[in-house]
Design a protein around this ligand. Structure first.
Ligand code: SF4
Length: 481
């Protein structure tokens, strides 16, 4: 029986994580093939909101062709004595969770990137109107976030209206993000944690600091602070910062203690400003991912909306799969777009000084989709801008190498070391005395982790430099022979 008797499908936490494949879907709303879509929460005054009101602008679900795809905007307006602008982002993030409680209704991502599907099965059971979905959301929001005294929801499917409101939504997101800029991690003594995504990734916890925005790009430090205050038992909570153990990598004793506690010991340490060592975990909702490209000793970045293959031949989905699920994977790192605007962005992975001054993590970035570069270009050191390739400049790693060399990207300075490392040791008939020859050849430089797989074991060497006089690579069959 349904949690709500007047709702034709079941509603409950057990449906979170339910996936609806293409052949099971009745309609798709938003998603990668629809350009304009959004969800937005606005804080209003009490007299601006009619509690429980649901409005639909454009075709309702029952008017849609089976198998069709539509733009969608969800506008939720809330009011209450404790409701303030700083709570908008956090309330908005719960749309994802509450939609996923509805049997046969899937919601992915956030903000301008939402992707929803309704299953044929639930449509046949009678879930055929946004009115029903709206009713469920109203009840869940009021039950779970009691500081919301009034709530009204508008679903927009009319393409022109979605396009018009999409532009407004982008402005609101930008204003929210800009509000959070300027404050430094060093200036606060409390960070915030979020475990909202643990239903998908049980060992994931976001550490939200003023200069490290949440992975989903939807919750700033200010948003998290406001949420922890009004909903102290909710998924956002305070993390007393504790002692700063490493200001460059971003290791804090308080964050370590909290992540240990919240992941039941699975994750022991977290370094906030690097993709190596103990990087921040990634759930699955990150807006973008940084991926290490060993051939050039630099990072590529790919965002969720990027269609096609990145410079190393992998798609966003393949890269996301390498890091999602609450793991710490060296060189693969889920991030938000806003974090790319932060001075702490991959700060520990920067290429030292260049042109006589440090350039932060951007000095290690070699490839970014043009759409992302456009969005963050004001935060990239200007002397690096034309040295970072996009999909318009190169299409594979060989072309990338050439591009970086021609433009004089700072990573090129590091290649000599790598090339020397990769060069086979000279073999001479009469070998010089041991002391005259290099005592050892570094087999790997700049790759903080080496993973060796096979034979049912996995050997991970973290931050290792391996010196070998000789490297022999034999096919496995020769072992037997
Ligand atoms: S990505 Fe992080 S901040 Fe965003 S909802 Fe998930 S756990 Fe919370």
């Amino acid at each position: 029986m349904s949690m709500f008797e007047d709702i034709p499908v079941d509603v409950g936490v057990i449906y979170e994580g339910e996936r609806i494949r293409k052949n099971q879907m009745y309609v798709e709303l938003g998603g990668p093939k629809v350009d304009k879509k959004f969800e937005l929460v606005r804080a209003r005054s009490m007299d601006e909101v009619e509690d429980g009101k649901i409005t639909i602008i454009g075709p309702d679900i029952k008017d849609m062709e089976p198998g069709s795809r539509h733009p969608l905007g969800i506008l939720i307006e809330v009011a209450g004595k404790e409701v303030e602008e700083e709570l908008e982002g956090v309330i908005e993030r719960r749309i994802h969770e509450f939609c996923n409680y509805i049997e046969g209704f899937m919601h992915l991502n956030q903000r301008y990137d939402i992707w929803l599907r309704l299953s044929k099965k639930s449509f046949e059971k009678g879930l055929n109107s946004f009115n029903i979905i709206g009713k469920v959301l109203v009840r869940l929001f009021k039950a779970e976030l009691p500081f919301i005294e009034k709530i009204q929801i508008t679903f927009i499917t009319d393409p022109d209206k979605v396009a018009e409101m999409y532009e407004e939504a982008l402005k609101v997101y930008e204003e929210r993000d800009a509000r959070a800029r300027g404050l430094k991690d060093e200036e606060v003594d409390t960070f915030y944690g979020c475990t909202l995504c643990q239903s998908f990734a049980p060992t994931h916890m976001c550490v939200i600091t003023p200069q490290r925005y949440s992975n989903c790009g939807a919750i700033s430090w200010f948003d998290a602070r406001a949420a922890a205050r009004v909903d102290p038992k909710g998924p956002l909570f305070e993390i007393p910062k504790g002692e700063c153990l490493d200001p460059v990598k971003g290791e804090y004793s308080g964050a370590n203690e909290m992540i240990k506690k919240k992941t039941l010991g699975e994750i022991q340490r977290v370094w906030l400003y690097t993709a190596f060592g103990y990087p921040h975990t990634s759930c699955g909702c990150f807006e973008a991912a940084a991926f290490y490209i060993p051939e050039v000793n630099g990072f590529g970045i790919v965002h969720r909306g990027f269609r096609g293959q990145t410079v190393n031949g992998l798609t966003f989905v393949a890269i996301a799969d390498s890091t999602a699920g609450g793991r710490q994977v060296d060189g693969f790192h889920g991030i938000s777009i806003e974090y790319m605007r932060s001075p702490k962005f991959l700060q520990a992975d920067a290429i030292g000084e260049w042109f006589g001054k440090p350039h932060g993590g951007w000095s290690r970035v070699v490839w970014v989709p043009s759409e992302v570069l456009e969005r963050v270009k004001d935060f990239v050191p200007p002397e690096l801008l034309d040295k970072i390739a996009t999909e318009k400049d190169v299409s594979n790693v060989e072309e990338l190498k050439q591009f970086l060399k021609e433009r004089g990207h700072p990573v090129v300075e590091t290649w000599k070391e790598i090339e020397e490392a990769a060069a086979p040791p000279a073999v001479e008939e009469a070998a010089p005395p041991a002391e005259a020859a290099p005592a050892a050849v570094p087999a790997a430089v700049g790759a903080p982790t080496i993973t060796v797989g096979g034979a049912g074991i996995r050997l991970i060497l973290k931050n290792a430099k391996i010196y070998a006089e000789k490297v022999i690579i034999k096919p496995a069959s020769s072992e037997k022979g």
